[in-house]
Design a binder for this molecule. Structure first.
Ligand SMILES: *Cc1c(COP(=O)(O)O)cnc(C)c1O
Length: 466
C-alpha cells in the first residue's frame, strides 16, 4: 500500500474528526456567510506525484476555497429554487458515503429495501396511489428524462414500433405539447433524440402560466388521426408557481390518445398542506411524474424522484440484462428502471428526513416558506421602489423595480444586492418583461431572514436610483 494511503487508513478517526469540525464550523457560520459569492480565478492545482494525505488536503482545500463557498444551503439564498439540507438528511447523507452501498439490484443489501420504503413514504406524502412505482435519480432533469423516455416507448408502441429495440428511425416525430415547460423538458427531448423543436408550446390562460385547456384540446384535435402524443403538464412553474389544471387535462384523455407527464419538481409539495393541495388535484392521473428532492424535500444534492404507473414499459426502456446480474423477474431491480446501473444510495437522506420530521414537519415547512413569500410580497407591494409582477401563489415572489427597467439594469441591481452578502436572488423574464425572483424553499428561513434581506433589497434599490 502506498505509504500515504496506509497512513490515512491508520488515521481514519482523526480524519473524520477533522472533517466533523470543518462541517460544524461551516454550519455554525452559515447564517453570516455571504450568499452567492463570485468565484476567484486562480492557478489550478496540479496532480501531485506523492499526495498530501487526507488531513493536509483538507487544510489545503480550506485555505484555498473556504472563502468562495456560497451560503447557498443557508436561509437567504433565494435564487432559482434551492433547498437546503435538514439535520436528519445531512446525517443520512454522510452515512451514504461511509456505508457506500450500491442499491442497483434487488437483493443483497438493505439499501434496496430502504429505497422502496422511502418511495412508499413519498407516495403517501404526495397522496399518490400504490399503482405508482418510483425510483431516485440525480435531479428533476433526469426524472423528466425518464418520464419522457417511458412516454416515448408508449407512444411508439401505439404505432407498433418498439423504440427500445429498434431505435427511432422509421418513426415520425412524437408530438410533445406543453404550456409553460421547464427548460429541462427541451434538454430531455434533445437527449432522447426526440428533438427540441418537436415541443409544441400551447397558449396560456391570460395573465397566467397555466395552459389554456381549450387551446390544448384544439392542438390535440389538430394532430393526425391515431397520432399518439405526450402532454407535459406543469405543476409549479418557476416564475409564478402556476399549476396546469390536471383534472381537466386528465379528462381530455377520454377523447385523445396521449401520455401525461407531470413536472411537479417543487410544486408537488403543494400536496403536503391542505392550504395548497387543491393545486395538484388530479396528480394521480399522471402516467409519469417528476418531483425533486434537493429542492423542497431539503436533502443534499443530487436527488429527485421519478414515479410512473407503467413500470413494465419503464423496464422495456431501461433494462440491463447480463448473465452476472439478477434477472428482470417480477420485481425488477433499479438497474432495470433507471438510466444508471451502479448508483449512490440517494434514498437514505430522504428516508432519514421523512422519518425524522414526518408529514407534519413537511406541512409546516411548506406553509412557513409560503408565508414568508407572502411577507416579502407585502413589503414589495407597500414600497414605492418595487412592484409585484405576478401573484404569489406559493413560495416564489416575482417582482421588479418600478419604471420598467431593462434586463441589464435588473442584473446590475441584483449584482449589487448580492454584493451585500445578505440575500441572493436571480433574474427572469415574466410575460416578456425582465423581472426578479425570490424563491423560498429552505427549512432554515424565518421571518427574521426576510427582515434582514429586505433591508438590503430596499437599501440597494434606493442607492441604485440615485
Ligand atoms: C428545478 C426544476 C427542474 C430541473 O431540476 P434539476 O433538479 O435541477 O434537474 C425541472 N422542472 C422544474 C419545474 C424545476 O423547478
Amino acid at each position: 500500500m502506498h505509504p500515504v494511503l496506509a497512513h490515512d487508513a491508520a488515521q481514519i478517526d482523526h480524519i473524520l474528526a477533522q472533517t466533523l469540525a470543518t462541517a460544524k464550523q461551516f454550519l455554525h457560520d452559515l447564517p453570516q456567510r455571504p450568499v452567492g459569492v463570485a468565484s476567484q480565478i486562480d492557478q489550478p492545482d496540479q496532480l501531485p506525484t506523492n499526495g498530501l494525505g487526507a488531513e493536509q488536503t483538507l487544510e489545503h482545500f480550506l485555505a484555498r476555497y473556504s472563502d468562495t463557498l456560497t451560503g447557498s444551503t443557508g436561509p437567504r439564498y433565494w435564487g432559482f429554487v434551492t433547498g437546503g439540507a435538514t439535520p436528519a438528511a445531512l446525517a443520512g447523507d454522510w452515512l451514504v458515503s461511509a456505508f457506500d452501498q450500491n442499491p442497483s439490484g434487488t437483493t443483497e443489501t438493505a439499501a434496496i429495501r430502504v429505497e422502496n420504503e422511502a418511495i412508499s413514504m413519498l407516495r403517501e406524502l404526495f397522496g399518490l396511489p400504490t399503482s405508482f412505482s418510483g425510483a431516485f435519480v440525480s435531479g428533476a432533469t433526469m426524472a423528466n428524462f425518464v418520464g419522457l423516455a417511458i412516454g416515448r416507448q408508449w407512444a411508439a408502441q401505439q404505432l407498433n414500433h418498439d423504440v427500445a429495440r429498434m431505435g427511432l428511425s422509421g418513426l415520425a416525430p412524437i408530438p410533445v405539447l406543453s404550456g409553460a415547460p421547464h427548460s429541462s423538458i427541451y434538454k430531455a427531448m434533445s437527449m432522447l433524440g426526440m428533438g427540441r423543436q418537436q415541443l409544441q408550446t400551447i397558449t396560456l390562460q391570460s395573465e397566467r402560466e397555466a395552459v389554456d385547456i381549450t387551446a390544448l384540446r384544439q392542438a390535440l384535435q389538430a394532430l393526425p388521426a391515431n397520432q399518439p402524443a405526450i402532454v407535459v403538464a406543469n405543476a409549479g412553474t418557476v416564475n409564478s408557481v402556476d399549476f396546469d389544471d390536471l383534472m381537466a387535462i386528465a379528462e381530455l384523455k377520454q377523447e385523445f390518445n396521449f401520455w401525461l407527464h407531470v413536472d411537479a419538481a417543487f410544486g408537488g409539495f403543494a400536496a403536503c398542506s391542505p392550504r395548497f393541495a387543491h393545486l395538484v388535484r388530479g396528480l394521480e392521473h399522471a402516467d409519469s411524474l417528476t418531483i425533486d428532492a434537493h429542492k423542497w424535500l431539503n436533502v443534499p444534492y443530487d436527488s429527485a424522484m421519478q414515479f410512473t404507473r407503467h413500470s413494465a414499459l419503464q423496464v422495456e426502456v431501461f433494462h440491463n440484462s447480463a448473465a452476472y446480474l439478477s434477472p428482470i423477474g417480477e420485481n425488477p431491480g433499479f438497474f432495470h428502471r433507471t438510466p444508471e446501473n451502479s448508483r449512490r444510495w440517494r434514498a437514505l437522506p430522504a428516508w432519514f428526513t421523512l422519518m425524522a420530521y414526518g408529514s407534519a414537519g413537511y406541512q409546516e415547512m411548506v406553509e412557513r416558506d409560503c408565508d414568508l413569500a407572502q411577507l416579502l410580497a407585502s413589503y414589495i407591494s407597500d414600497s414605492p421602489l418595487f412592484r409585484l409582477v405576478a401573484p404569489v401563489r406559493m413560495n416564489v415572489v416575482c417582482f421588479s423595480l418600478v419604471g420598467n427597467p431593462d434586463s441589464t439594469t435588473i442584473q446590475a441591481y441584483l449584482d449589487a444586492v448580492r454584493a451585500t452578502g445578505a440575500v441572493f436572488m436571480t433574474a427572469t423574464v415574466y410575460a416578456g418583461q425582465p423581472a426578479i425572483r425570490a424563491a423560498f424553499s429552505n427549512w432554515r428561513t424565518t421571518a427574521a431572514d426576510v427582515e434582514l434581506a429586505w433591508q438590503a433589497i430596499e437599501w440597494v434599490a434606493r442607492e441604485h436610483r440615485t
